[in-house]
Design a protein around this ligand. Structure first.
Ligand SMILES: [Zn+2]
Length: 662
C-alpha cells in the first residue's frame, strides 16, 4: 500500500504512458473490456494454497447493483448455501494490504436475512463488531441476505474505505459489499459475483467475466480470496491501455476519470510505463500472474493512494495526475511500488500477514520487508524506467536521509515498532511526527535496503547484488498467482546464500534495536553524501506544490501550509528553540502580514534567504488558539534544502543501481 509520504517525501503514483490503442473497450457499455472478449487471460487469483481453480461446492452468489452510485448507494443481494443451526456471518475486517482492521462496517445498512421468504433475526457479537450470529431454521438449504453500502463523500480520507466514487467513476471493492460464513478459510469459499453499473459505464478488472445477464456483467466463480483481491474500476470516461513489450503475460492500464481529457497519456510517460514492465521482469526474473492491470482512477473527488493486489493494483490519483508535471513527478513511484507488490507482498508474504480469513488479526512486524523493500525497489524501478530522472531519484534519497535524521523518535522507538504498530500509525496525526515517528518502515527501509544492496556489491566486487536475492526469493517459476509465506529466518537464509554475512546482526542494528542515528552507510557506500543547497530540487518543488506547503524543515525547522498553519516543527531546530509549535498560525513574518495567496510562499522563502545577512532574528508573529505570540527565530543559514553530493574517489554505485536493465 502507498499513501503520501511523510513530511513530503516520496509519493505515490502516477501513471504513464500512453499509447496507442485502447483495445476492446468500445463494445457495449459496462462489460469488462477484457472480460467478454478475452476472459481466459484475466485471472482468478489464487489462494494461499496456490490454487487458481475456484474451490468446489455450491457458490455464494453476490449480485451488486451500482446504478445508484451517483447518490453513493450500492445495493447487494447475497445467496448463501446453509443448513439448519447456528450460523455466524462476518463482514471483512482486516483488509489485505491495508495492514489494519479497516473494513468500513459503519457504512453498512439495511442488513436483512431471510430463508424461504421468512425473516431470520440476527444479533451482532458484543465483542466482535464484525460478526453477526443467527439461527438458521432446520430444513433450510439457502439463506438470502440483502444489504446496502453507503459510499463515503469526497472528503473522507484513508484507503479503500475512503472516498471511492463520483457520479462519473468508481473503484469498487467487493469486501465492502458482502458477508461470508465463518469457519472456512476464504480461499475455500466459492463466490459467483455479478455487477450492474450505471448506463454507459465501462469497467476493468482482473476478475474474469463469464458473460452478461441483461445489463449485468456476470463473473466466473472464484474463491472469496480471489474476489476480494480483484476490485473493479468503472466509469463513464474509461480507457484500457496496453503497456509493455509483448510478453507471455499481458499488462494494461485500466483508466477511469472525471473527463476524457484526463485519459490522455503523454508519449514520454507511455514510454516509461512500457519500460516499467520490462524493468520489473528483469529485476525479478519471473512473474506470478497471468496478466496484470493497473486500475487507475483519476479524480479529485476520490482519496489518493495505492493498494496492491496479485494481478492488479488499485491506484488513485487526481484528475490531472498524469498531465500536471508536479503531480506526475511527485507521485511517480506509485505504479512502480504497487507493481513490485505483486512479487513482494502478494506472492511472497510474511506468514503472520498471510491469514486464513479477514477476521484474524495480521501481525505486521515484517512490514519493513513487505513495504520497505517494495519502497526501495519502487523507487529504483521509477528511475530505471524513466518515470524519474536520476536527479529525481537522488533528490528523493536526499529528502529521505534528512527526514530520517529529523525523526528523533528513533531514540525511543525501533523501526520495527513502527511496522508492528502500523495499524495505529496510519491513523496518527502529523503534528510532532518527529517525536512519534510515522510509518517509517517505508522510506527508512529504502536506506536500509540500499545499505544491503551496496554491501553485497562491494563485498563481491560487483559480481552480485540485491537482484540475486530478488531472483532467488521472489523469482522462481513463472505462473499463476500463489502465496508463498516467509519468516525473517527465510529472508536471512536467502541473503546468506547470496553472500554469507552477519545479516541477523545487520538487521538487528538497523531494524529491531533502537538506532539513534539514521542508516546512511549505504548512501555513503554508493558514493554520495547528504549536503544542503540553497535551492530546492525539482522533486522537492513538485512535492511542495502537491501538498500546498513550504517545507523549511532543513532551515527554520518548520513546514508551513498554504493557509499559514505550521504543519510541524523539527525538534531542536531554530523554530523549535524559539517556541514555535505545530498548528500555530503565522500572522506576520518580520512584521509583514501573511496574505493567503501564492506570493506568500516567495515572501517566506525570501525572508529565510535574508537570514544570511540579517543581524537580528527572523521574527514570526503567531496565533496560538486565542492568543498571539512573537517568536524570534535565531537562524542565519539562509535557504537550505537537502541534496546529494558525490564523494570524490568513490565509485558511483547509485548510478549503477538505477541503470536500465531491459
Ligand atoms: Zn505498499
Amino acid at each position: 500500500m502507498r499513501m503520501g509520504p511523510l513530511l513530503g517525501i516520496a509519493v505515490v503514483l502516477p501513471l504513464l504512458a500512453l499509447g496507442s490503442s485502447t483495445r476492446a473497450e468500445q463494445k457495449s457499455p459496462r462489460h469488462a473490456p477484457h472480460g467478454k472478449t478475452s476472459a481466459g487471460e484475466a485471472g482468478t487469483v489464487a489462494g494461499s494454497s496456490g490454487q487458481v481453480e475456484a474451490p468446489g461446492g455450491p457458490a455464494v452468489t453476490l449480485d451488486v447493483d451500482a446504478r445508484d452510485i451517483g447518490r453513493k448507494l450500492l445495493h447487494t443481494r447475497l445467496g448463501l448455501p446453509a443448513s439448519g443451526g447456528a450460523l455466524t456471518l462476518y463482514y471483512p475486517k482486516w483488509i489485505p494490504g491495508e495492514h489494519g482492521p479497516t473494513g468500513p462496517i459503519t457504512d453498512l445498512a439495511l442488513v436483512k436475512i431471510t430463508a424461504g421468504g421468512k425473516t431470520i433475526p440476527w444479533k451482532r457479537d458484543d465483542a466482535d463488531m464484525y460478526a453477526f450470529h443467527l439461527d438458521v431454521p432446520e430444513g433450510t438449504s439457502w439463506v438470502d441476505v440483502s444489504l446496502d453500502f453507503m459510499l463515503p463523500p469526497s472528503t473522507v480520507a484513508g484507503f479503500s474505505s475512503a472516498a471511492s466514487s463520483t457520479s462519473e467513476m468508481a473503484t469498487l471493492n467487493w469486501n465492502q459489499l458482502l458477508l461470508y460464513p465463518a469457519g472456512r478459510p476464504v480461499r475455500e469459499i466459492p463466490f459467483k459475483a455479478s455487477l450492474e453499473l450505471p448506463a454507459g459505464w465501462k469497467l476493468g478488472t482482473a476478475l474474469p467475466a463469464a458473460g452478461t445477464r441483461g445489463e449485468r456483467t456476470v463473473f466466473q466463480t472464484v474463491s472469496l480470496e480471489t474476489l476480494v483481491d480483484s476490485p473493479v474500476i468503472a466509469g463513464a470516461h474509461f480507457r484500457e491501455v496496453p503497456i509493455g513489450p509483448k510478453l507471455e503475460a499481458r499488462h494494461f492500464i485500466e483508466m477511469a476519470a472525471e473527463s476524457d481529457a484526463a485519459l490522455e497519456i503523454p508519449t514520454a510517460t507511455q514510454a516509461a510505463y512500457d519500460k516499467l514492465v520490462a524493468e520489473a521482469w528483469a529485476l525479478f526474473g519471473a512473474h506470478h500472474y497471468r496478466s496484470y492491470r493497473f486500475l487507475l482512477g483519476l479524480s479529485d473527488g476520490i482519496a489518493h493512494f495505492g493498494l496492491e493486489h496479485h494481478e492488479c493494483s488499485d491506484d488513485r490519483i487526481p484528475e490531472r495526475g498524469i498531465l500536471d508535471e508536479d503531480e506526475r513527478r511527485s507521485r511517480a513511484t506509485l505504479l512502480s511500488h504497487e507493481f513490485v507488490h505483486s512479487w513482494n507482498g502478494k506472492y511472497r508474504r510474511p506468514a503472520d500477514i498471510a491469514t486464513p480469513d479477514y477476521q484474524e488479526p495480521m501481525r505486521t512486524s515484517l512490514l519493513w520487508v513487505y513495504e520497505g523493500l517494495t519502497e526501495y525497489l519502487g523507487q529504483v524501478l521509477a528511475a530505471r524506467s524513466g518515470l524519474w530522472t536520476a536527479d529525481d531519484y537522488r533528490a528523493s534519497m536526499a529528502m529521505i536521509a534528512q527526514w530520517a535524521g529529523d525523526h528523533v523518535g528513533r531514540t525511543w522507538r525501533p523501526l520495527e515498532d513502527t511496522a508492528t504498530a502500523a495499524q495505529l500509525l496510519y491513523q496518527a496525526r502529523k503534528d510532532w511526527e518527529d517525536y512519534r515517528r510515522s510509518t517509517d518502515f517505508y522510506d527508512e527501509s529504502s536506506l536500509i535496503w540500499l545499505d544491503a544492496d551496496t554491501l553485497i556489491r562491494k563485498k563481491t566486487n560487483g559480481a552480485k547484488s540485491l537482484e540475486d536475492f530478488l531472483h532467488a526469493f521472489h523469482g522462481g517459476e513463472s505462473g499463476v498467482p500463489k502465496v508463498v509465506p516467509y519468516t525473517l529466518a527465510d529472508v536471512l537464509e536467502t541473503l546468506n546464500r547470496v553472500m554469507p554475512y552477519d545479516w541477523a546482526g545487520f538487521f538487528r542494528d538497523r531494524v529491531t534495536s533502537v538506532a539513534p542515528r539514521p542508516p546512511l552507510e549505504g548512501l555513503q557506500r554508493s558514493g554520495w553524501r547528504l549536503v544542503y543547497s540553497d535551492t530546492p530540487s525539482a522533486l522537492e518543488k513538485s512535492t511542495d506544490a502537491r501538498f500546498e506547503h513550504v517545507d523549511l524543515s532543513a532551515s527554520l525547522g518548520i513546514v508551513v501550509a498554504k493557509d499559514a498553519t505550521i504543519e510541524d516543527v523539527v525538534p531542536g531546530s531554530p523554530a523549535y528553540r524559539a517556541g514555535v509549535g505545530p498548528n500555530m498560525k503565522i500572522l506576520a513574518i518580520n512584521g509583514r502580514r501573511w496574505k493567503e495567496d501564492d506570493s506568500m510562499k516567495d515572501i517566506l522563502r525570501a525572508a529565510v534567504a535574508s537570514t544570511k545577512k540579517a543581524t537580528k532574528p527572523l521574527e514570526l508573529i503567531l496565533e496560538n488558539g486565542e492568543y498571539l505570540k512573537t517568536c524570534p527565530v535565531d537562524y542565519h543559514g539562509g535557504e537550505r534544502y537537502p541534496k546529494l553530493e558525490r564523494i570524490q574517489g568513490m565509485e558511483d554505485l547509485l548510478s549503477v543501481i538505477i541503470k536500465s536493465r531491459s
